[in-house]
Design a protein around this ligand. Structure first.
Ligand code: F6R
Length: 611
């Protein structure tokens, strides 16, 4: 939610800031702005809407200077408008901010009473006003910024320019991500790695309660009390090209097609087919701790929650441990039964989702052993997990609708289930070998499943006119139905609901008519005939059936359904991935056909860092 970027060095700041903002646009796109120090004066350009609008503004009135900050906004306090766009300036202080200042109301009241005039409706402006207030009283810039950080409640990743410090950029972090890039004679900051990866791969990940003072020749770190800190510079091994569209019309389409590679990267180097063993390098859980686990709890939000639902079946089947899955936003507000025999698996692509982090903290405080599944190296979630992290190696996911993160999360859960089953001795060596061999064959089958794209594009042209869809699955494929419906609604704005097939007769069947396409998911498994029974119920009531089948068509489906989309089959756990792919493509092609903004759907943002 909101992206920030900053630069100080010998080059013109404006093109670097705009390039960085474009790579952060997935975090929010309600408005954008930059501030650059030009001959000792701060100049600001802001525009409502996407970065493209800001670029138009800058073409008319270019800004020059070699020190600057930029922001792309996902509105929380204050409607999307130019007035509420960042940067916000008060006197000598100019700031960009990602996060929420919870006590901004009280601060604003005090400052207004002392005669300060606010120019926006945002919570952010209090940061600039407070700093300037202290500067006016003669407080030194660094000291003033630290004092303000101690006053603010809530979360912030903030970059600050002070007008009479034309070679210095200040950055502070509390509960919102911030990475510092160390270049040669230049320094960068950003909310996320891809924004600055074209300039440097040497990064410092800031922690909560830290401040960075960036100059062209280096960066100094302190805590909010001014204590000097020594931070480790990490070399990030991500190819900048991974964050480009690579010839595809949208990031989402590229990311859908990247999935065989992403899944391969997620299991590569972590399995031995011969020994039937799994190695998860980031885990810090002992064999004894694994033996003492009595229950597993999975928490996540959105698409990651759907991956968790698939994970439940896999872990329960392979380990015979009871598994519960909860939405992070719900978990926090009940009195959950968690103890030191609970293994908590927190799943988050971004590793920054506020609800998931808070729920993880809560479970951790109650004694749970926490393992994270995250796609972002050194994400906040990864760093707060007591018993390690399993990284999905999907590469940067830029499309706001999650695709490759989902299938790699299922892959990571499959690996973890196998790992736990091996360590707990709950399945035989032959079974482990068999399950690992299925995983190795999966990317090839995913490639075949993606060949359905042309069929789905044709179908999209026919079905885009409908305004309601129903998705049905059974057993382990029910979460895939949930995920298919979520994909359709978030990028095409078509209303879609998902149910387990057996539940239909308890209510949703009332919706069936020839105006309601019903997407039915089937695999040739134990519930194949049951699902066909549900499809008969739909057909009898005039519903429009679209069947998505894993396995061979026995001729009966084409009699029932108007369309049959076929993908290869694997074991039931991995078949979920194969069925997810054509549903992603269906949603994509329908949204594209409708001319929707596929990569940046309205009202959404990639990292949901607010509750
Ligand atoms: C949907 C989508 C969201 C995220 C959710 C959790 O396509 O992307 O539902 O899955 O916001 O995000 P992470 O996994 O980053 O915690």
């Amino acid at each position: 939610m909101c992206g920030i970027v900053g630069y100080v060095g010998p080059s013109q700041a404006c093109p670097i800031l705009i390039d960085g903002l474009k790579r952060l646009e997935y975090r929010g796109y309600d408005s954008a702005g930059i501030a650059v120090v030009n001959n000792g004066k701060v100049e600001i350009a802001r525009a409502k809407g996407k970065i493209a609008s800001l670029e138009t503004t800058l073409r008319c009135s270019p800004i020059h200077g070699t020190l600057g900050i930029g922001h792309t906004r996902w509105a929380t306090h204050g409607r999307p408008s130019e007035q509420n766009a960042h940067p916000h300036r008060a006197g000598k202080a100019t700031v960009v901010h990602n996060g929420i200042i919870e006590n901004y109301g009280a601060i604003k009241q005090t400052l207004t009473a002392s005669g300060r005039v606010f120019g926006s409706e945002t919570d952010t402006e209090v940061i600039a006003q407070l700093i300037d207030h202290l500067l006016e009283q003669g407080t030194a810039a660094e000291v003033a910024i630290r004092q303000v950080c101690r006053t603010l409640k809530g979360s912030f990743a903030t970059a600050i320019l002070i007008e009479d410090r034309p070679d210095t950029l200040y950055a502070v972090r509390k509960e919102s991500p911030l990475v510092i890039g160390i270049g040669r004679g230049e320094s960068f900051l950003a909310s996320d790695i891809p924004a600055i990866l074209n300039y440097t791969n040497r990064m410092v990940f800031m922690d909560d309660g830290e401040m960075a003072v960036l100059k062209p020749d280096g960066v100094r770190f302190t805590d909010f009390d001014g204590e000097r800190l020594t931070k480790v510079i990490k070399t990030v091994d991500i190819n900048p090209v991974m964050a480009e569209k690579g010839g595809f019309k949208h990031f989402m389409l590229k990311e859908i097609h990247e999935q065989p590679r992403a899944v391969t990267d997620t299991f590569r180097g972590r399995i031995s087919e011969e020994k039937g063993e799994v190695y998860l390098e980031g885990l810090q859980i002992t064999d004894e701790e694994i033996t003492r686990i009595r229950r597993v709890l999975i928490i996540a939000c959105g698409t990651s929650f759907h991956a968790g639902l698939v994970g439940r079946r896999i872990i329960e089947d392979l380990t015979r441990l009871p598994v519960e899955v909860d939405l992070a936003s719900e978990f926090r507000y009940r009195d959950p039964i968690v103890g030191d025999e609970t293994l908590l698996i927190s799943i988050s692509q971004s590793g920054e989702t506020a609800d998931t982090m808070a729920a993880t903290k809560e479970a951790s405080a109650r004694g749970a052993k926490v393992v994270a599944i995250s796609n972002v190296i050194e994400s906040s979630l990864a760093r707060m997990s007591s018993h390690g992290v399993i990284y999905t190696h999907a590469g940067p996911e830029i499309g706001v609708a999650s695709t490759k993160a989902f299938t790699t999360q299922i892959t990571a859960l499959y690996l973890f289930a196998l790992f736990l089953a091996w360590k707990r001795g709950s399945i035989t060596l032959d079974r482990r070998r068999e399950l690992i061999a299925d995983l190795v064959r999966l990317p090839g089958r995913m490639g075949e499943a993606l060949e359905t794209s042309a069929t789905l594009k044709r179908m999209a042209a026919v079905y885009e006119k409908y305004t309601n869809f129903l998705y049905l699955g059974r057993g382990i494929n029910t979460p895939i139905a949930y995920e298919g419906a979520l994909k359709l609604k978030e990028i095409s704005y078509i209303h879609a609901e998902a149910y387990p097939g057996g539940e239909m007769k308890h209510g949703p069947i009332a919706l069936i008519s020839d105006q309601m396409p019903v997407v039915a998911l089937l695999a040739q498994d134990a519930v194949y005939d049951k699902m066909k029974g549900n499809m008969e119920e739909v057909r009898t009531r005039g519903g429009v059936l679209l069947a998505f089948l894993a396995g061979h068509e026995d001729g009966s489906l084409s009699r029932l359904a108007r369309e049959v989309v076929r993908v290869p089959m694997s074991n039931p756990y991995l078949t979920t991935i194969l069925l997810a792919l054509p549903l992603q493509l269906l949603a994509y092609h329908i949204a594209d056909f409708k001319g929707a903004d596929v990569d940046q759907p309205r009202n959404l943002a990639k990292s949901v860092t607010v509750e």
